[in-house]
Design a protein around this ligand. Structure first.
Ligand SMILES: [Mn+2]
Length: 357
């Protein structure tokens, strides 16, 4: 595996490439063209500039998170053809530029959903948190306003103000899309893009829905082992794979994370590894990465990745806000650096103990 950190580009991120370069064991970044809109074909010049900037800092681009999917593709509108053609052009240009992993998601309307961006934990750190009770008490169009004040001035991916202004309209567009329709639209999209993925060896890595259940009545399909295996089988190509995100699948305590990892051997192309602390099955907060700070056994998660021969990029995920840092919630430097060091430590111990058996 290769340890990486997500980076939003010098225009948007409070964390610099120079800082990332100094985290022990981090050799790559996961980034995107943050100013691009879903449905656009990325230009060769923009891709080359992104790669050059990262490489000038002594790092490399280990993959893209994300190339976003236009709503017309998820809804299955006739104009999806144009947007899929553009997506294929983007993949082709990424492949030619030497990028072989693309993360994406297939969530309607909202990307990840949290009800608090700065819940205080006993140690004084602040973290992203979720309670079902808070979601049940609010209308979707009020969601952004309720958390928007806690973004520390950063634009949160998936929660862009322009998009949130259209929430009611988006809900209307998805009115006739249920789980089966969403599965069918995902299958159609994947079948169209697999030839270019085969040609340029691009691993597509779908990110799970977060939380891993229906929110505001919207369909959610990438939520559990049964559905993800269905997705692997419906387009049975090794380039059709997943981002294994422990913090997203882990929102549902019925998901056995190490077991899910083992069932996806050969199809996990990217890993997000983080911990959650559950206060009840419907109230959780994003704890430090360390097992003892949360609910998951992080050793077992890393061991399962080792056992299936995982060799893709991995990254720590949302970090706590600590030591007075002001950054995009979940994406500061300090706690993610601690997370990377911890995951690297677990990995080294697993590799050495297995090799010396
Ligand atoms: Mn994730």
């Amino acid at each position: 595996m290769e340890m990486t950190l997500r980076w939003y580009g010098s225009k948007h991120d409070s964390v610099t490439l120079e800082q990332i370069r100094q985290i022990p064991g981090v050799t790559g970044v996961i980034t995107t063209l943050y100013d691009s809109m879903p449905g656009e074909a990325w230009s060769e010049e923009d891709i080359a500039a992104m790669i050059a900037e990262v490489e000038a800092a002594g790092l490399h681009v280990s993959g893209i998170e994300s190339v976003n999917i236009h709503d017309a593709i998820k809804i299955g509108l006739p104009e999806r053809e144009t947007y899929i053609d553009n997506y294929i052009t983007t993949l082709e240009r990424l492949g030619k530029a030497g990028i072989h992993m693309v993360c994406y998601n297939f969530m309607p309307v909202f990307d990840w959903t949290r009800t608090e961006l700065a819940r205080r934990r006993p140690d004084g750190s602040t973290v992203l948190a979720y309670t079902q009770e808070a979601v049940d008490a609010i209308k979707p169009e009020e969601m952004f306003a309720s958390i928007g004040k806690d973004t520390n001035g950063f634009v949160m991916p998936g929660w862009e103000p322009e998009r949130m202004a259209r929430v009611k309209e988006l809900f209307a567009m998805y009115r006739d899309v249920d789980d089966e329709k969403l599965f069918a639209n995902l299958k159609y999209f994947l079948e169209r893009i697999m030839p270019v993925c085969d040609k340029y060896d691009i691993n597509m890595a779908i990110h799970p829905d977060d939380p891993a259940w229906s929110v505001f009545g919207l369909p959610r399909i990438i939520i559990n082992k049964k559905n993800i295996l269905r997705m692997m089988e419906m387009v049975d190509n090794p380039h059709n794979g997943v981002t294994f995100c422990s913090g997203s699948y882990g929102t549902n305590l019925e998901n056995d994370l190490p077991d899910m990892i083992r069932s996806l051997k050969g199809r996990i192309h990217f890993a997000h590894v983080r911990n959650l602390k559950f206060n009840s099955p419907t109230d959780f907060e994003e704890a430090a990465h360390l097992s003892s700070d949360g609910t998951f056994d992080m050793y077992e998660i890393m061991k399962a990745l080792y056992e299936i021969g995982f060799d893709g990029p991995i990254r720590p995920d949302h970090g706590r806000m600590i030591w007075g840092e002001v950054a995009m919630p979940g994406y500061g430097l300090y706690d993610r650096a601690l997370g990377a060091a911890y995951l690297n430590g677990l990995w080294e111990a697993i590799v050495k103990s297995e090799e010396r058996k």
